[in-house]
Design a protein around this ligand. Structure first.
Ligand SMILES: [Zn+2]
Length: 197
């Protein structure tokens, strides 16, 4: 199949950057908005409260002619949920009126915990899943008194915020999560692992 975007894609990326997508005309801008809305309606199959946009795995959306291309940067290489998510994105964008939808898996930019939005972090916690630790944690510990900040490997309990937690298993139900136990409220919880570059 001939990809009509092939020639101009690199130029567009150079001009606009990959993140918000590009559109040639104002009609395309409306389509782009509709496509973003469709993409944002897709949730993580394992965390149904979390939009994949808040999860930060949507690297970019591009429109060229009749084509729509969505780039997805998976949280983990080989994460089995990715294929399912790509299928759902394709269906959602097709329901938004697009016929020619391509969903790519890309590793540039790589997903890191920093791509998770504030809303995403809050929703993870509300779901009872401890969000990834801020990747600047190490620096903050350096700047603040180390007695107030938890050591980097301590994951605060999503239920009671206690840092009296221990790791039960480094591999939870999926590779992306580890299992912890809170010594204060005596509950097990999962932690969405922190991923840094
Ligand atoms: Zn607790």
């Amino acid at each position: 199949m001939v990809n009509p975007m092939a020639n101009s894609d690199a130029e567009r990326r150079a001009q606009y950057g990959p993140d918000r997508g590009t559109a040639d005309t104002s009609a395309d801008a409306g389509r782009l908005e509709a496509v973003w809305q469709a993409v944002a309606s897709v949730t993580d199959p394992e965390i149904p409260v979390l939009s994949i946009v808040d999860l930060g795995i949507v690297a970019g959306v591009r429109i060229g002619g009749t084509c729509v291309v969505v780039d997805v940067t998976p949280t983990f290489v080989g994460c089995p949920a990715v294929e399912m998510i790509c299928d759902e994105i394709r269906s959602a964008v097709e329901r938004a009126g697009e016929d020619d939808v391509t969903v790519n898996t890309v590793f540039d930019p790589p997903w890191t915990s920093d791509r998770l939005t504030e809303t995403g972090r809050r929703k993870l916690k509300e779901f009872g899943l401890a969000p990834p630790l801020a990747s600047t944690c190490g620096n903050q510990i350096g700047r603040t008194s180390s007695s107030v900040m938890p050591p980097a490997e301590t994951v605060p309990c999503p239920f009671c915020d206690s840092t009296e937690t221990v790791v039960e298993s480094l591999f939870g139900p999926t590779l992306c999560r580890s299992i912890h136990y809170c010594n204060k409220c005596l509950q097990s919880f999962e932690h969405f692992k922190t991923v840094e570059l």
